[in-house]
Write a protein that binds this ligand. Structure first.
Ligand SMILES: Nc1ncnc2c1ncn2[C@@H]1O[C@H](COP(=O)(O)OP(=O)(O)OP(=O)(O)O)[C@@H](O)[C@H]1O
Ligand SMILES: [Mg+2]
Length: 250
């Protein structure tokens, strides 16, 4: 689906339909092979869930795919750029400009109010928020009446939504989320998933979501299953029941 709004996104790599590509990516920690030859492309505007048992390499996958971490072998391309060839400084800049993260621990800055937290990634890059885009992001996450609150004055779900707004404010080409709904009640979790879905459908952003929850995975276009550092299966147009079935045989 395409359409929409001021705030329409995707800078750079014009024409390419591939947002992220991994080719034979490995990651070892001493004797541990956390990723063992993972290849996968993520097309623009798609929403992909990544599932697998604890220790199967999901977080490692996310860290390598997003440029937070360097793989031990193989190639990761973000918008066509081989991030293994970038210096640490350039990799950080690319990440700040083109990637959004939502972690389970929200990592909000306690001394800053909601608006300051949301706009932090822009300010770190020396930019200011466009008022119309800030309004839209804040409206999408439902925090318009909480902008002057500190994180300690918010509920867990509101903190999570502030973290999502912070991930979206730079109009990142790709949003990586590591179990962002793990600590949320079902309704707040659904709001979060709907917002990720909208980021893919309305603004063409690419979403990669690590989750243990088949209901969450069912919001995605496809589910990639990891086991022992390898992709072992994939489901498209997943239903929660189909994800459950597949999960049980992993
Ligand atoms: N910094 C590290 N040093 C050493 N080993 C690590 C490190 N990070 C991860 N590992 C190991 O790599 C493997 C994959 O870890 P990873 O965190 O990617 O798993 P996961 O699928 O995200 O698990 P979970 O569902 O529990 O979060 C595990 O065996 C883990 O112990
Ligand atoms: Mg993990």
């Amino acid at each position: 689906m395409t359409t929409m709004t001021a705030g329409t996104t995707t800078a750079g790599a014009a024409g390419s339909q591939v947002a992220v590509a991994l080719e034979s990516v490995t990651k070892t920690y001493g004797p541990v092979r956390a990723l063992n030859g993972v290849s996968r492309t993520f097309r623009r505007g798609t929403f992909t869930a990544v599932m697998g048992p604890s220790g199967s390499g999901k977080s490692t996958f996310l860290h390598c795919a997003s440029g937070l971490d360097r793989p031990s072998g193989g190639v990761v391309r973000l918008g066509g750029v081989d991030i293994g060839r970038l210096s640490e400084t350039k990799r950080t800049k690319l990440r700040r400009e083109r990637i959004g993260f939502v972690f389970q621990a929200f990592n909000l800055i306690p001394s800053m109010d909601v608006e300051q937290n949301i706009t932090l990634p822009l300010r770190l890059g020396g930019a200011e928020a466009e008022p119309a885009w800030l309004d839209e992001v804040v409206r999408r996450v439902g925090l318009a009446d909480r902008l002057r609150h500190r994180p300690s004055e918010l509920s867990g779900g509101q903190q999570q939504r502030a973290a999502l707004a912070r991930a979206l404010i730079t109009r990142p080409e790709v949003v990586f989320a590591d179990e962002p709904t793990g600590a949320l009640d079902p309704r707040t979790a659904r709001d979060m998933l709907r917002m990720l879905r909208e980021a893919a459908d309305l603004t063409g952003q690419t979403i990669v979501l690590v989750t243990h929850d088949p209901v969450a995975a069912a919001w995605a276009d496809s589910v990639v299953f990891l086991s022992r550092g390898r992709i072992v299966d994939e489901l498209t147009a997943p239903s929660a029941a189909a994800v459950m079935d597949r999960w049980e045989t992993l």
